[in-house]
Design a binder for this molecule. Structure first.
Ligand SMILES: NC(=O)c1ccc[n+]([C@@H]2O[C@H](COP(=O)([O-])OP(=O)(O)OC[C@H]3O[C@@H](n4cnc5c(N)ncnc54)[C@H](O)[C@@H]3O)[C@@H](O)[C@H]2O)c1
Length: 349
């Protein structure tokens, strides 16, 4: 029976299949072998491989956001300890560092850590002014909306190019002087670009790897030095580390995220005895202000993405809140080297 189960796309192979199947005896009394083959054939549909065509779907990330827009909805699913939950989920008293947190998912995760009790926080991002502005806005938001007292939240923004080893070392030296240690690191700084592989300028591939892979590496290593009593590192990967996004061509981004995932596993083992846990969050397609700007211009791209998500929608940044708090806090104290996929089921397919 095995030949009958083969779904062959090649007409030559299919002809060969017909011949071999037709010469077989039918197991169903009274039904000729050719008839059985035809029934299977109905499902051997040849489709135009739309999903694999990538060329026309390159897009550029918008460079900046409108003033006052941090790239996610700051009012979605927020609330300060107003409901009972496990105390182990609290990050009260922990010194937190989030990279790439001037906007987008990093900004949302920084705010989530404060929502979950943190009062000492550093935002690291490429531009010092943007980082400090994000820290100031976060403090102002928690005083105005989050029942924080004036001076209760100590948040600082530091300029740091994560791809530059010296810049990362300087930033962590500043953190050491200010807070004395780090308990929680979340690495969200990265870039994504798309070019067909044959046209991807090598310098840009190297730059992407310097930011996404080496940047994560430098930050993880420097943070570990400030975790003498242990700590938790949450490296932000992507489902792109294990699936191939379509239709946009982004091979280097995808293999950079596979590297982040494996970095988390390897560091988890190396640092387990130092009580430093290292885990990875792999988000699926998240509807940040930047992805929204891209999809507003390209509904075909949106429909292609959404049609492949079992839950039938893009993720909201707030869908990642539980994941980051779980992995950052003591609630996950026996979890290390794991990947928490938050993708609406995309990677199950
Ligand atoms: N948005 C999504 O759908 C999605 C899906 C899967 C994974 N992710 C991951 O989540 C993380 C955040 O994504 P986002 O959508 O919020 O992106 P974003 O572009 O909005 O934010 C990235 C931040 O990183 C900063 N950054 C870039 N290069 C830097 C450098 N060299 N040094 C320091 N900071 C730098 C940027 O200034 C920006 O603030 C990334 O790791 C991304 O791969 C995002």
């Amino acid at each position: 029976m095995s030949t009958l189960r083969v779904i062959s796309r090649s007409p030559v192979a299919r002809r060969a299949l017909s011949v071999s199947a037709a010469s077989r005896k039918s197991n169903t009394p009274g039904v000729p072998p050719q008839k059985i083959l035809d029934e299977y054939d109905e499902h051997r549909v040849e489709r135009t491989p739309e999903a694999a065509s990538m060329g026309d779907h390159t897009f550029k990330q918008p460079k900046s956001l409108p003033p006052g827009d941090v790239g996610h909805d700051v009012l979605r699913d927020v609330g300060r300890h107003s409901k009972r939950t496990l105390s182990s989920f609290s990050v009260e008293g922990k010194v937190c560092v989030v990279t790439g947190a001037a906007r987008g998912l990093g900004n949302m995760m920084a705010r989530t850590l404060v929502e979950s009790g943190a009062t000492q926080l550093a935002i690291l991002d490429l531009n010092a002014q943007d980082a400090q502005k994000a820290a100031d806005e976060l403090i102002a938001w928690f005083v105005a909306e989050g029942e924080a007292e004036d001076g209760e939240v100590d948040a600082v923004g530091l300029g740091c190019d994560v791809s530059d080893e010296a810049s990362v070392q300087r930033a962590f030296q500043q953190l050491k002087e200010r807070f004395g240690r780090v308990d929680i690191l979340v690495t969200a700084a990265d870039i994504v670009e798309n070019f067909p592989a044959g046209e991807y300028p090598t310098e840009r591939v190297k730059k992407l790897l310097d930011i996404n892979v080496m940047g994560t590496w430098f930050c993880a290593r420097e943070a570990a030095k400030l975790m003498p009593d242990g700590g938790s590192q949450v490296l932000i990967g992507s489902m792109s580390g294990s699936i191939v996004n379509v239709p946009q061509p982004q091979t280097p981004y995808n293999f950079s995220k596979a590297a982040v995932r494996q970095m988390a596993r390897s560091l988890a083992v190396e640092w387990a005895q130092q009580r430093i846990r290292v885990n990875c969050i792999s988000p699926g397609y998240m509807l940040t202000a930047l992805t929204k700007a891209i999809l507003d211009k390209d509904p075909v791209l949106r429909d292609t993405w959404v049609s492949k998500i079992p839950q039938g929608r893009m993720g909201d940044p707030s869908d990642l809140k539980g994941a980051v708090v779980y992995l950052a806090s003591d609630a996950s104290k026996y979890t290390t080297g794991s990947e928490l996929v938050v993708d609406g089921g995309y990677t199950c397919l």
